[in-house]
Design a protein around this ligand. Structure first.
Ligand code: ZN
Length: 471
């Protein structure tokens, strides 16, 4: 005891020990105490019989000291382990504020296994992107110059008896876009992910024609007028199909201000969807067509020009010259140029060049004056008169014109027969609705006696549309 005390006193009196005590008092105390406690414990055991109070005190001290001793042992053992594991001093953990475990940063260093997993994931990602780009840019049926973004794309659709490759990305919901093949009901245009669901739908779907009014029928060709407000879901689905084959189309969900004209082929199975075009109910710029799309499986049958001719027939019926929405796509411009040329040539040959003006051509074709002049200029048929006379003159090579028309008729024998149109212009009823809005209900009430329920419903729709537009 005396020896031990003397040693510890001597140690404590040296500057080194003093420094240790000052810099790390807890460790120094813990180192000293257990040894002192052992001696005290032995003393307590010898003096046990002599002094019970001392014994109790020593017992308590022994318990506390033994706990500290065990803790010190554990810490030393752990420090040794950590030291061995990390190969660093046990004293550098932020001045003992962190345990060795907390200070251990090695577990955050990526291991070989982590690196391999990362490389695999990066490789898989690269392959996905590569596949998408390849699919977007090099699909055989895709027109040249297509630039599509990275993303999920429906690569094929099955509609009716046709399986068709898509050309552009259409914004179908993600869960549908992930499926390379989408099944579409050709009557209600509902899209489905699996063939099983599609077959079940076909058995239950009661629709055999577009959900609108059949306004034109000639032989096996019919055109239906569908209101975007009355059949919103159908028209949205229609636009999603359209986007797959149109690069510039941006209309998907806001279909209410539009009317859709659906071209169908009729057989015993029903009216099969072939193409469509959309038209604003009220166009400030006088557009008579917004978007036009013919299914690739039905292209090269003259349906595009048939629908263009149909749009001009409606313009003529409305008494307002119309024009397609600009800008036109490359294919659209080619189709329109061809249609305009044929229409103007027919009028010129029928009427005679000497007795017709550009305004006459505009009225008889339903085309705007600008489109008429543009076509005539492109074909070199509008020539400036010599200086001093002023103005322009029409110069027509009759033989060439006849030749062009005969070739065009051979290529596209399908024409619209105006007598088979059963249609009331949408905008002609608008002044009635306007009067009603402006002068109370007098306008509508004054004209509503002769209206059918359907026409009254249309008037309600127009009133709603006008209120939408006024907002
Ligand atoms: Zn259906």
């Amino acid at each position: 005891m005396t020896k031990t005390d003397g040693k510890s006193e001597a140690k404590a009196s040296t500057p080194k020990n003093k420094h240790q005590t000052l810099t790390s008092p807890p460790r120094s105390n813990k180192r000293g105490r257990p040894r002192k406690a052992d001696v005290l414990a032995r003393e307590a055991a010898l003096l046990k019989a002599q002094n019970e109070k001392t014994k109790d005190a020593e017992n308590n001290t022994e318990t506390a000291e033994s706990e500290q001793k065990q803790e010190g042992k554990r810490r030393r053992k752990y420090t040794k382990k950590a030291h061995k594991k990390l190969d660093i001093s046990a004293r550098v953990f932020f001045n003992n504020r962190l345990s060795a475990n907390e200070a251990d940063t090695q577990r955050f260093i990526p291991q070989d296994e982590d690196c391999e997993r990362f490389d695999e994931a990066r490789k898989a990602m690269g392959e996905d992107i590569g596949e998408n780009q390849a699919a977007d840019g090099s699909t055989p049926s895709t027109p040249s110059g297509v630039s599509a973004g990275i993303g999920y794309q429906v690569k094929k659709i099955r509609i009716g008896s046709f399986e068709i490759d898509s050309w552009y990305i259409s914004p179908y919901p993600d869960e549908y876009s992930r499926h390379p093949l989408l099944y579409i009901c050709e009557f209600c245009l509902k899209y489905m992910k699996s063939e099983f669901t599609y077959q079940r739908h076909c058995q239950k779907c009661a629709l055999r024609h577009p959900p609108g009014d059949e306004i034109y029928r000639d032989s096996n060709i019919s055109v239906f007028e569908v209101d975007g407000r009355k059949n919103k879901v159908y028209c949205q689905n229609l636009c999603l199909i359209g986007k797959m084959f149109l690069d510039t189309k941006t209309l998907y969900y806001d279909v209410e201000p539009f009317l859709f004209y659906i071209l169908c082929e009729y057989d015993n199975g029903g009216y099969h969807f072939a193409g469509y075009y959309s038209k604003e109910k009220r166009s400030a710029q006088g557009y008579n067509l917004s978007c036009i799309m013919i299914l690739p499986s039905k292209q090269r049958e003259g349906y595009g020009k048939l629908l263009i001719e149909f749009s001009y027939l409606l313009s003529k019926k409305e008494g307002v010259p119309g024009s397609p929405e600009k800008p036109l796509s490359d294919f659209g411009l080619l189709s329109y140029r061809s249609y305009w040329r044929r229409s103007i040539y027919e009028i010129l040959l029928e009427q005679g060049v000497d007795r017709i003006s550009i305004e006459d051509i505009s009225v008889r074709t339903g085309m705007t004056v600008d489109d008429v002049i543009s076509t005539l200029q492109t074909d070199g048929m509008l020539q400036r008169l010599p200086y001093g006379l002023g103005g322009y003159q029409l110069v027509v090579d009759v033989e060439k014109t006849k030749e062009y028309l005969s070739t065009a008729r051979e290529k596209n024998p399908k024409r619209i027969d105006p007598t088979k149109l059963m249609w009331t212009p949408f905008l002609m009823k608008r002044p009635v609705a306007l009067e009603g809005d402006v002068n109370g209900s007098a306008g509508i009430a004054g004209n509503s006696n002769g209206l059918t329920d359907g026409q009254k419903e249309d008037l309600d729709d127009e009133a709603a549309l006008l209120s939408d537009l006024s907002v």
